[in-house]
Design a protein around this ligand. Structure first.
Ligand SMILES: Nc1ncnc2c1ncn2[C@@H]1O[C@H](COP(=O)(O)OP(=O)(O)OP(=O)(O)O)[C@@H](O)[C@H]1O
Ligand SMILES: [Mg+2]
Length: 234
């Protein structure tokens, strides 16, 4: 089953938020998703704990370099797609997770610091390709993009990526309060109250477009629906 990893060694680039947006949207579309929460801060696991059961979505909380491959092997049969959330530091797990991935998504906000963290991931991908002949498809996803204005910083990051011929997804993740609030409220965008969350419909549309673009690059097949929480079973 395909493995998608979100990686950027710069903290706060938007990895965990993008993992959540993609995972909940794909689960809503009927794909069985397992998130491997490899971040020691466990934001995804905390969100899952307050969310209750979400159809088609499971979270594995304690993922280490020693256990990651085993989690994937053991859960193959009940998963249509694994999504890995990595910590925002240079970590030994990074190379292992990249090596297991069918596609690596590198979230970058329109700022130079983020682009540098993204460049470290790109360098590691190049190293794996040059030294070990392992070619891992990858794309940058622009995150926290302002829906109204294009900043100068975002333009320069876009130019830098184009110069280096790095593939950038056409759908950026827009800065939306819904994407922030979901960590406090738990659950999914579908369960939020449009009267209380501004532009919820636009956030949902953004999530749909993002997931649709990702599944064009990483085709998925739907298996049997599941309501079981792997964290409960562990
Ligand atoms: N699209 C978005 N809209 C609104 N807020 C966002 C968005 N993306 C990220 N944020 C906010 O930015 C902060 C950092 O995001 P996030 O935790 O997803 O980054 P990260 O790369 O996972 O960080 P770390 O490296 O620490 O794990 C969080 O407060 C999050 O709520
Ligand atoms: Mg994170």
């Amino acid at each position: 089953m395909p493995v998608i990893t979100f990686a950027n060694t710069k903290g706060g680039a938007g990895k965990t938020t993008a993992v959540l947006i993609l995972a909940t949207e794909l689960a809503r579309q009927g794909y069985r998703i397992t998130i491997l929460d490899a971040d020691p801060q466990h934001w995804i696991s905390r969100w899952h704990d307050i969310s209750g059961t979400i159809p088609n979505l499971s979270v594995i909380s304690y993922v280490t370099m020693a256990s990651i491959q085993q989690h994937i092997t053991e859960n193959q049969d009940r998963t249509d797609c694994f999504i890995i959330d990595l910590p925002g530091t240079r970590n030994p797990l990074l190379a292992t997770a990249l090596g297991l991935s069918d596609h690596v998504l590198i979230p970058i906000q329109g700022c130079a610091m983020d682009a540098r963290g993204g460049a470290q991931v790109l360098e590691l991908l190049k190293y794996l390709s040059d030294k070990a002949g392992i070619e891992i498809p990858h794309s940058v996803v622009l995150t926290r993009v302002n829906s109204l204005v294009t900043t100068r910083a975002l333009l320069s990051v876009k130019m830098l990526l184009a110069e280096r011929q790095v593939h950038v997804l056409g759908t950026p993740i827009i800065e939306r309060s819904a994407f922030r609030d979901i960590f406090d409220c738990g659950g999914t965008l579908t369960g939020m109250d449009p009267a209380k969350v501004s532009n919820l419909d636009k956030a949902m549309e953004n999530a749909r477009q993002f997931a649709d673009e990702v599944t064009r690059y990483v085709p998925l097949r739907r298996g049997r629906p599941t309501f079981r929480r792997l964290s409960d079973a562990a």
